[in-house]
Design a protein around this ligand. Structure first.
Ligand code: ZN
Length: 133
């Protein structure tokens, strides 16, 4: 079962600029800033009620975020659902015919195990499942 929308990921070109913008929008500073070197991204997190907003900035042209912005421009990149048992959900969704980008959970930002479903199987919405590490 999906517990809640854990966070929404937003691809940004210029983190300094976007941090200023979103800090002003939310009237708060981010609670966390973290580089995820394996994904070539810088991330910044805001707490907004029970869910979070994750800003993602590419640190390399090889980053999926750089490719996303090149194709679609800045904006909502993914929706992340919190789950209690990520392996159970992976198996359930595989049985339902969903295709994953990575089937083995990897270490994501903000102390999470994460997997991504391929957007071609979910109306072009990139869906992340995440579980606390
Ligand atoms: Zn995310």
């Amino acid at each position: 079962m999906f517990d809640k929308i854990e966070h929404i990921g937003i691809a940004v070109k210029d983190m300094a600029k976007s941090k200023k913008l979103f800090s002003s929008l939310f009237n708060q500073n981010p609670y966390k800033e973290e580089a995820v070197d394996s994904e070539y991204v810088n991330t910044v997190f805001y707490q907004t009620g029970e869910s979070k907003i994750e800003l993602l900035e590419a640190t390399s042209s090889d980053s999926a975020i750089a490719k996303f912005i090149e194709k679609k421009g800045e904006g909502i990149h993914h929706i992340a659902f919190g789950v209690k048992d990520i392996y159970l959900e992976i198996q359930r969704l595989k049985d339902e015919g969903f295709v994953f980008i990575n089937e083995t959970p990897k270490q994501g930002a903000d102390n999470k195990w994460v997997v991504f479903l391929h957007p071609k199987g979910s109306n072009s919405v990139l869906i992340e499942l995440c579980q606390d590490r």
